[in-house]
Design a protein around this ligand. Structure first.
Ligand SMILES: Nc1ncnc2c1ncn2[C@@H]1O[C@H](COP(=O)(O)OP(=O)(O)OP(=O)(O)O)[C@@H](O)[C@H]1O
Ligand SMILES: Nc1ccn([C@H]2C[C@H](O)[C@@H](COP(=O)(O)O)O2)c(=O)n1
Length: 655
């Protein structure tokens, strides 16, 4: 199995010239072939699927030439009837080519056999065949009923002027019928049974039929009439706009990796439904700018999860499922049942691969809910011979983890140069040490956590409360009856903690424990387990794994000295013991806990003494840490000071 290893990436920015749209390319090729006259097709997509269509048209006697090395083609139309009346066509896994050629050839008066790759033979076509048979088409299944391969004989047109087709399996069935209807020479009305999915693809079909001189009358999304006497006529020259589905990977890269990333070739003037991917990304918190022929994405902070219906953009929705790994909270993708009959069962494939990265995924017949892990795990991604699986999972590398993409050449189906284009807008982080860390250490209740979380929010960085890991170890020990001096058992517990940090809350073994963790009892227990070297070693790599792009703000006792000694900015944040006791007292009262100020002062001093006296990673201001005394500072002032220190350091002024 061939594979491609993507190194951890830190950032995405740049401009991409998009290849032509697959949906538009294959429709234009068929329309140009069926039309009267010669069509200059400009910027056709160069991919497996378009090659399948070009080869099939050549087999059917259509003359076309490519202009030199360009993606411009000249197609000589056959005026409605293919010259070759007998042919065997191999159509790979190209759904657009298979469905539209089935319809056109069934009404063209010849004998044809249509085959594909094994997966194509698992993709249903029965609804389209049933509808064509209503018109008099002679189509037989060569293997299994309702599935390719197919044998087509000349149609014996019936009197029927109305056909019905199911709309909820694939919109390509309706597209095929619409494209072929003018070949009958009579008025045909197509009624859609059930909900019509992927409507924007039908809009593309209607738009292009109009460009080739055929008007379709529409009654909502339920009935489409192609009036009699219309024939396709070449528009002379036609331009294939960039692929909006392919744009989704780069726009998502801009949103995940900071951006800005600009795609050129699609924009507000696009006729493709997938242009609305930009809206979904915007809902997740990305900043989107758009012109007639370009779109740009960037993001200041972290994305957030959304709950949305993706029936209208099923292909680009796959990119949302992967972007969900970088969002705060869960993302729910609804109404995506058509994924089940695409290049692979995409719901199952997506769920399987997201889980490898550590995500929690719930899958249903037509939905997917993705909850990101606290930290992404490096993984080998299987791509199921599905170009979109390969392209969307490349985005995972922007999480600062290595990812292996199996069978990367499957992208050739629609975007042969994808990985080169992706590399051109992303920056490699050979070492995760390229990702900036702001380390804030200091004694208990000094305000480290509050300040660190606000600094992280201001910069759009990740946040790690390292003390919570020691507190969680103490809580887990208490729940399992492990003594606080049993170093080996505690280290084992620390290594295997089942924790989740989400939206400021913390879960242990699936139970929300945020409030219990903040009690002084657990704080004292944490201070005891934190003195044990084996526990600290067990938690070391766990803490380092939080270092993910675009950056990390973390607080604790040894963040600058041990865990992230190369942190960009190190702060030692403190306040007088009396002020800290006051702050903790107020904090506990606000949470509804009982507290006594003098006891708190005593406990806090005891804890600081233990934390400072231990032999490993003791609490103390490092020589390279900036002292931030906050006894007389407000939270905002403390936050502003940390930000100023970081920015001074970033702009090279030192700090
Ligand atoms: N500069 C400040 N002025 C007044 N109150 C503050 C200031 N900084 C933080 N606080 C308050 O002090 C309380 C304790 O802060 P926080 O929990 O962030 O401290 P901490 O150092 O992270 O504590 P611990 O080490 O125990 O986790 C909070 O209620 C917070 O709002
Ligand atoms: N990096 C760290 C973080 C915390 N600890 C210990 C010391 C504290 O008493 C205890 C709880 O931390 P808090 O939540 O109060 O910040 O955990 C440590 O040793 N090293």
């Amino acid at each position: 199995m061939e594979f491609l290893d993507l190194s951890p990436l830190t950032r995405a920015r740049g401009t991409i010239q998009l290849p032509g749209s697959k949906s538009i390319s294959n429709r234009i090729l068929l329309l140009s072939a069926l039309a009267q006259g010669t069509t200059d097709v400009r910027s056709l997509l160069d991919s497996d699927d378009t090659r399948v269509m070009l080869d099939a048209l050549a087999c059917l006697g259509v003359n076309w030439i490519r202009r030199g090395d360009t993606q411009d083609y000249v197609v000589q139309g056959v005026g409605g009837a293919f010259p070759v009346k007998q042919a065997e066509l191999s159509l790979g896994n190209a759904g657009t080519a298979f469905r539209s050629l089935t319809a056109a050839l069934a009404l063209c008066g010849g004998n044809y056999t249509l085959r594909g790759v094994p997966r194509m033979h698992e993709r249903p076509i029965g609804d389209l065949v049933d509808a064509l048979r209503q018109l008099g088409a002679q189509i037989d299944y060569l293997d299994n009923a309702d599935f390719p391969p197919l044998k087509i004989a000349p149609a014996q047109l019936t009197e029927a002027s109305e056909v019905a087709v199911r709309g909820n399996v694939s919109s390509q069935f309706l597209t095929g019928l619409l494209l072929a209807a003018p070949l009958t020479g009579k008025s045909i009305t197509i009624r859609v049974i059930g909900e019509l999915i992927s409507r924007p693809y039908i809009e593309i079909t209607l738009n292009l039929m109009r460009r080739f001189g055929v008007e379709v009358e529409r009654d909502g999304w339920q009935a489409f009439t192609v009036p009699a006497g219309q024939v396709y006529r070449s528009p002379g020259s036609i331009y294939v706009e960039g692929d909006a589905s392919s744009a989704s990977y780069f726009l998502a890269a801009g949103a995940i990796g900071g951006g800005p990333v600009r795609v050129e070739g699609v924009g507000s003037a696009s006729i493709q439904g997938d242009i609305r991917f930009a809206e979904a990304l915007q809902q997740m918190g990305a900043t989107i700018a758009m012109g007639g022929n370009w779109v740009e994405a960037s993001a200041q902070g972290r994305l957030h999860g959304i709950d949305a219906d993706f029936n209208h953009i099923p292909d680009a929705a796959m990119t949302i499922a992967v972007a969900a790994l970088f969002a705060q909270g869960s993302t729910m993708l609804r109404n995506i049942g058509s994924w089940r009959v695409k290049e692979t069962d995409r719901i199952h494939a997506m769920a399987t691969e997201l889980r490898k990265l550590g995500a929690t995924v719930e899958e249903g017949a037509d939905f997917l809910r993705v909850t990101p892990p606290v930290q992404l795990q490096p993984a080998t991604i299987d791509t199921y011979d599905d170009h979109r699986m390969a392209m969307c999972f490349s985005l995972v590398a922007l999480g600062g983890v290595a990812v292996r993409i199996n069978d990367p050449k499957c992208v050739n189906k629609t975007f042969p140069g994808y990985f080169e284009a992706f590399a051109s807008i992303t920056q490699r982080s050979v070492m995760s040490t390229d990702i900036p860390v702001i380390a804030i250490d200091g004694p208990s209740a000094s305000g480290k956590g509050t300040v660190a979380a606000l600094v992280a929010r201001a910069l759009g960085f990740h946040y790690l409360d390292s003390g919570a890991l020691y507190r969680l170890t103490a809580l887990a020990a208490q729940r399992r009856g492990v003594a606080l001096d049993d170093e080996a058992a505690l280290a084992q517990l620390a290594r295997n903690l089942d924790v989740r940090f989400e939206g400021g809350e913390i879960w242990l073994d699936g139970e929300r424990v945020s409030d219990e963790l903040r009690t002084e009892r657990i704080g004292n227990g944490a201070s005891k387990v934190a003195a044990l070297p084996a526990v600290r070693t067990a938690l070391l790599e766990r803490q380092r794994a939080f270092r993910q792009a675009p950056g990390l703000v973390t607080d604790g006792r040894d963040m600058g000295s041990v865990v992230f000694p190369d942190a960009a900015t190190k702060i030692f944040l403190t306040a007088s013991a009396e002020e800290r006791a006051q702050r903790r007292y107020k904090q506990l009262m606000e949470k509804g806990f009982d507290a006594n100020l003098s006891n708190l002062l005593e406990e806090l001093s005891e804890r600081d003494a233990r934390d400072a006296a231990r032999s490993v990673a003791p609490l103390k201001q490092g020589a390279d840490a900036i002292l931030l005394e906050t006894t007389h500072l407000s939270i905002d002032q403390a936050v502003a000071t940390v930000l100023a220190c970081y920015q001074a350091r970033q702009s090279g002024q030192g700090a």
